[in-house]
Write a protein that binds this ligand. Structure first.
Ligand SMILES: [Zn+2]
Length: 76
């Protein structure tokens, strides 16, 4: 039989797959800088993690994450 079976995803499965990929990409990005010196920086009123060694922004912090940091005693 030469009939090709194409994998069909439901919209939910498709969304889930995209979400998973975005998550993995994000983790890979953070892993690449796991040994780097990070700095908390402000830009345009937004807080983010900045890698001093590669001079790159790693991630932006959500208000919830900022709240966690300030509760942990980190000065913002
Ligand atoms: Zn880095």
């Amino acid at each position: 039989m030469s009939k090709k079976t194409k994998l069909k995803l439901t919209p939910e499965q498709h969304r889930e797959r995209q979400r998973q990929r975005a998550l993995e990409a994000n983790q890979a990005k953070e892993m690449a800088h796991s040994d780097c010196e990070m700095e908390l920086r402000v830009k345009g009123g937004n807080y983010g993690l900045y890698c001093q060694e590669h001079n790159k922004w790693i991630t932006w912090l959500s208000p919830k994450e900022l709240e966690k940091l300030s509760k942990a005693g980190i000065d913002l």
